[in-house]
Design a protein around this ligand. Sequence first.
Ligand SMILES: [Zn+2]
Length: 115
Amino acid sequence: MTMREIRVGPFAYEILWDAGEAAKLAVEMKESALIAGVKLRDMQIVIDPSFPDDRTRNSVLHEVLHAALNAAGLNLDAEPNGITEEDLVVTLTPWLLMVIRDNPHLVKYLQRGGD
Ligand SMILES: [Zn+2]
């Protein structure tokens, strides 16, 4: 696990492989446990490396999509809205494309649990 940074469009997120930080973030988010979480203000994605690789890979991509929605300015929790599936797909597509293009190390990690 040497992945240290993931770019989401213009933003570079530091990757913290740290069970203690993940546990702290879980408390902040009022969750019982957290495999991974994104700290938007701190520009960090925190991952608990003690979980199985298949779980962490899924959670890393999950947090990347949260970061992409934030970068795109789409905050679905903030207010009632009429966001459709098409809106969500149209919004996420260029961000996912940028993430894949800009992070070959992330793509390798997602494919095979490498670095
Ligand atoms: Zn989430």
